[in-house]
Write a protein that binds this ligand. Structure first.
Ligand code: ASP
Length: 330
């Protein structure tokens, strides 16, 4: 008799616990890539049709490069690195070739990458002769025992692994030089519109985030922004999402933006969009900060919120359709 009761309770228990099990959301896409090319005072009126077309083309090229990797079963790490390298090589962006100038007239570049599977991360700050800082960040992650390396030490480490270096003049562009003179006249430190970032989900379900920048126009030399600070400008965790940020870096560091979005998902069970909106549109402005982020979660949901007039951004999912947007009204 007792055995029968135990059996009945066990069956009821099983049925009840079955009721508690929440269905896992479905994967939205087999893989996906989201990129940004910086946030700021980007309005339709401020762009000629040629400039508009050039930015759309540059973002599409970066998306296509990452898409080709993901479609062929490549890793999100490779897709993020390639998409960012493509933008670093294009002087339109404030990363790599088109980096802004410091108050001293030098170019000091920051970058980082994070692997959501292992929570490994690599970052470089203030490098001056590295053609593709994102690749050096990946080398730091994969080949060193460290997470963040700076200036000459980071460069020497990269040289040891055969990283491509360039003379400092490589980063000289008239457009950024003029922007420095204007900022000097106003004694201002500008947001520079053009930091680049990428987040990806691959077929294996692995998430990666990466970001690369020249920082802010007319920043003090030696200033380091949010981009190489893991958890501020970049964060990835297979349990939650991958995030890359752009905007006034000091506020992103103080708000720990990228990790905060992941933490809201992990600890509060918030969906990606809600978490991203909360941090970018509420928490950040409360401190006085502005900018935007791109993110993708482990199901392939994406978010691209920003509080500036515009943000250069785009995405591609497994259907291969490349979507690019520049302004706030699209
Ligand atoms: N977040 C970058 C920095 O503060 C700049 C930007 O994204 O525009 O260095």
């Amino acid at each position: 008799m007792i055995k029968i009761f135990i059996y009945i309770f066990a069956v009821i228990g099983l049925i009840m616990s079955g009721c508690d099990v929440q269905e896992e959301p479905q994967r939205q896409t087999e893989f996906g890539l989201v990129i940004h090319g910086g946030a700021g005072g980007i309005t339709r009126d401020g762009f000629t049709p040629e400039q508009d077309a050039a930015y759309r083309e540059a973002l599409s090229v970066a998306l296509q490069a990452g898409y080709d990797i993901l479609k062929n079963g490549g890793s999100s790490l490779d897709a993020v690195e390639v998409a960012i390298r493509t933008m670093e090589d294009d002087s339109l962006f404030n990363a790599g070739r088109g980096a802004v100038f410091t108050s001293e007239g030098t170019n000091e570049l920051d970058a980082s990458i994070m692997d959501g599977k292992t929570l490994n991360a690599g970052a470089v700050a203030g490098v001056k002769r590295i053609k593709n800082p994102i690749t050096l960040a990946r080398l730091v992650m994969e080949e060193s025992r460290h997470v963040l390396m700076a200036r000459e030490g980071a460069e020497a480490f990269g040289l040891h692994y055969g990283i491509e270096t360039v003379p400092e003049e490589y980063f000289f562009t008239q457009r950024r030089w003029r922007a420095l003179q204007r900022a000097r006249e106003r004694e201002a430190v500008d947001d520079s519109r053009g930091t680049v970032g990428a987040v990806a989900l691959d077929k294996e379900g692995n998430l990666t985030a990466g970001t690369s920048t020249g920082g802010m126009n007319n920043k003090r030399f030696g200033r380091i922004g949010d981009v190489p600070v893991i958890g501020a400008g970049t964060y990835a965790n297979n349990k939650t999402c991958a995030v890359s940020a752009t905007g006034h870096g000091e506020y992103f560091i103080r708000s720990v933006v990228a990790h905060d979005i992941s933490a809201l998902m992990e600890y509060k069970g918030m969906p990606l969009r809600e978490a991203a909106e909360h941090v970018v549109a509420e928490k950040l402005p409360d401190l006085g900060g502005y900018g935007g982020i791109i993110a993708i979660d482990r199901f392939g949901n994406i978010a691209m919120p920003f509080t500036t007039a515009g943000m250069h951004r785009g995405y591609v999912l497994d259907d291969g359709e490349i979507v690019v947007k520049l302004y706030g009204d699209e």
